[in-house]
Design a protein around this ligand. Structure first.
Ligand code: NDP
Ligand code: 2IT
Length: 446
């Protein structure tokens, strides 16, 4: 088995040199799915995983724009259209200085499996640019978004490819991009998700990823007759996903101890309550400040510069910042401090060695493609509402989100149950694979 997996990885690696994040995501899937494929005759001789590891299409383009001093800047834009077997390409856009082909291909590959798990008809894609929104004025962000969409618009559409937000892309950026798409096409369509409520957005979409990651963790805790009540929770990040994960934890009676950004983490031993979270939301979303400012407002808290929050003892950890932000030594620290539940709000935040530590300690560990699927699931519900030209209430969307997270949890149990342990990583990868692979088989050599 090891030989089959290694020869597959070698072949994919030869075609994708210098793409470590993409190869990390492919290896994780291959290690979980190939042992399953060999037991299933229908997949033999179809080269199905190799086909899934090759994007259907990659678009790369120049994004020129003028900054506030009148200088011409240039960035690189991308859209990876990974797989459309079960629906149009769907996935976010990331604006961050680290963005490159490897990072977007890993995200697009993960998205294919994640979207399949949501039970909704969505293929997988991802895009973005190496643009750093930090410190940019509203005008600069708008001009960048307009230039980005001036090329992207010809590749997307409500039945072709529907982008949304991710790191560095929230409601403001979606608004600027939607406005430019509408001018170029002279059409009002649901081409992006994460839109404002008065122009086609869905209630609960901003909350969905964070809430979903907590709902998924709740489902995992229930398998042990446990809950969030009075649990200490450590969260990384302080953006969209982290904020709403924290909100749901607080609503469920947990004590949230940390939040972070790329400069460090804040630790509040008294817990971040609803009022303190409102301060964080204003700080991050309106004034676009740094999380370190929390300690000026709440002096009993401390700021740990350049550090990650995993050293703070907790029962539950929710990584909600970025890829590879939790390594083997962090995982060992967490488990030795009693952490027994990890639900990933971010995409691929735990390194492969960290995941091994979680499995060895029988931690309730959910990979992002299962636990953060609530965001794209509510994006799917936004698309459905746009097609219906109708809006569901908050309660309706939240009820559907909870049902979807429960369904994903059940799919993981179906394919991931091992002796005395649920391997959610294996369960999510196989369940996602089966749905997409069966559709591809039915469609011929695609
Ligand atoms: P935001 O841009 O709103 O927030 C990102 C947060 O992560 C910020 O606190 C940011 O800090 C921190 N961060 C980003 N890069 C790094 C880094 N290299 N090192 C340390 N911290 C970092 O993004 P989101 O909250 O939307 O996304 C967070 C994660 O969730 C990502 O992995 C994303 O792919 C994933 N995700 C998002 C979904 C969504 O609907 N938005 C859906 C599913 C997954 P700083 O400000 O210092 O950069
Ligand atoms: O990683 C993700 O699932 C997202 N950034 C959300 C994608 C979407 O289309 O809502």
């Amino acid at each position: 088995m090891k030989k089959i997996i290694e020869s597959f990885i070698t072949e994919v690696g030869q075609r994708n040199t210098h793409e470590p994040e993409f190869m990390q995501a492919v290896r994780e899937v291959a290690e979980n799915v190939i042992p399953y494929i060999v037991t299933q005759d229908i997949y033999h001789g179809k080269n199905i995983l190799m086909r899934m590891a090759e994007p259907e299409r990659v678009v790369m383009f120049r994004v020129p724009w003028i900054d506030d001093t009148g200088e011409i800047q240039v960035n690189r834009g991308y859209r990876i259209e990974m797989n459309s077997a079960i629906g149009p390409y769907k996935g976010g856009l990331r604006f961050h200085e680290s963005v490159n082909l490897s990072i977007l291909k890993f995200l697009a590959f993960e998205q294919v499996f994640k979207n399949a798990l949501t039970t909704l008809p969505m293929g997988g894609g991802k895009g973005g640019a190496d643009f750093n929104p930090k410190g940019k004025s509203d005008g600069e962000v708008m001009r960048f978004c307009q230039s980005f969409m001036t090329e992207l618009f010809r590749h997307i559409g409500p039945n072709r490819d529907i982008p949304a937000g991710d790191i560095g892309v929230g409601g403001r950026e979606i608004g600027y991009m939607f406005g430019q798409y509408k001018r170029l096409k002279n059409e009002f369509t649901g081409v992006l998700t994460g839109k404002g409520i008065s122009w086609g957005g869905s209630l609960i979409r901003p909350e969905a990823t964070g809430y979903g990651a907590v709902y998924f963790a709740e489902n995992m805790l229930q398998t042990r007759g446990d809950s969030f009540k009075n649990k200490e929770v450590v969260i990384s990040g302080s953006g969209n996903v982290a904020q709403y994960a924290a909100e749901k934890c607080i609503q469920l009676g947990a004590k949230v101890l940390t939040l972070s950004d790329s400069s460090g983490y804040i630790y509040d031993p008294e817990g971040i309550d609803a009022e303190k979270l409102a301060f964080v939301m204003d700080l991050k979303n309106r004034t676009r400040g740094r999380i370190s400012a929390y300690v000026n407002a709440y002096p009993k808290a401390s700021f740990h510069k350049g550090k990650r929050p995993w050293e703070v003892p907790c029962a539950i950890a929710l990584p909600c910042a970025t890829q590879n932000e939790l390594d083997e030594s962090d995982a060992k620290t967490l488990t030795s401090n009693g952490c027994f539940c990890v639900s990933e709000g971010a995409n691929m935040p735990s390194t492969p060695k960290a995941i091994k530590v979680f499995h060895a300690h029988k931690v309730l560990y959910a990979p992002g493609k299962a636990s953060n699927a609530g965001g794209v699931a509510v994006s799917g519900l936004e698309m459905a509402q746009n097609s219906l030209r109708y809006n569901w209430t908050r309660e309706e969307v939240d009820t559907r989100l909870q049902a979807i997270m429960k369904d994903i949890h059940e799919s993981c149990i179906k394919y991931g149950t091992e002796k005395g342990h649920i391997n959610y990583e294996k369960g999510a990868n196989i369940a996602g694979f089966v749905k997409v692979a069966d559709a591809m088989l039915a469609q011929g050599v695609v």
